[in-house]
Design a protein around this ligand. Sequence first.
Ligand code: ADP
Ligand code: MG
Length: 337
Amino acid sequence: MSIGEFEVISRFFVRRGERAPAQEGVLLGIGDDAALLRVPDGADLVAAVDTIVAGRHFPLETDARSIGHRALAVNLSDFAAMGASPAWATLALTMPTAEPAWLEGFAAGLWELADRYGVTLVGGDTTSGPLTVSLQLLGHVPRGTAIRRSGARAGDILAVTGTLGDAGAGLWLARARTAARGQALTGTDAPPHTGVLARELIERFEYPAPRVQFGLAARGIATAAMDISDGLVGDLPKLAAASGVSAHVEVDRLPLSQALRELATPLQARDWALAAGDDYELLFAVPPDRFGLLSEAASRIGLALTAIGELGAGSGVTWTLNGMAWVPGVIGYDHFR
Ligand code: ADP
Ligand code: MG
């Protein structure tokens, strides 16, 4: 049964009592015409917004909890790439009907991440229409210390966190799971989406882990960073162009998870790692003499950091595979192409 707009807000988005976390810097939260926030002394205000649309950023049948998680995770990942501390969020939620069970799941996914990273929801907007979730994240960074895309220099090492391609595989497997639900299984082969490794990859798509802690640790070490949301092939040229340098990647060095290697063919794994996007790993430029420092920061939190290439003078991106010049046959995600 669909409920009213006021009930949606007060039941699912206003937190009371012990469920209301510490509200650092919140002078006025949900309930007035606008929120009032106070940035710490000596800090720069950081703002990011990302919209996710059903059927575009996630399959229509995705769990509400995963959608709530994603709405915040994609913004946290942008903050991670800036080395910024997240603090406050506003949520513009558009949905066809207001179903309590769906809202329950959505809010649970949102609060899990919000609590982990100390984010307070301070306002929003609730409207009816096709399922679209727009979340704005606000936070801060000590004045002048944010990591930009534009700071890389020729000679810097190019490095990525975690493993690439898992979310691409996970999306494919989640779709296979949906298709299997709609039809009786034939044959004796186990369906591809079952099993521990498949579930691990689906989890990587449905519950991406933003690298917030590592982004903070990279401040003062990395010269440039961005998060890989549209795939390396689509995103790396943006970092290179912003910094006015060229980039070179040795494709054999792209970090692939055990699960991806076991479940996908080498060709498919490589394509997903290059272009599927949605991994929300971070791409860094770091001077060679500081790579060790960045690496240590990564191991302290149990995160892999892999050097995949370097930056040079000039412009553009080049790739090698097995030591030979190579051109990816896949392109990054673009909404209007
Ligand atoms: P207004 O019409 O003045 O914009 P609303 O009646 O839409 O205010 O909202 C009332 C309060 O509830 C505001 O503080 C607004 O920020 C908050 N709010 C509305 N929708 C949401 C939501 N989905 N999540 C969090 N806060 C919300
Ligand atoms: Mg108003």
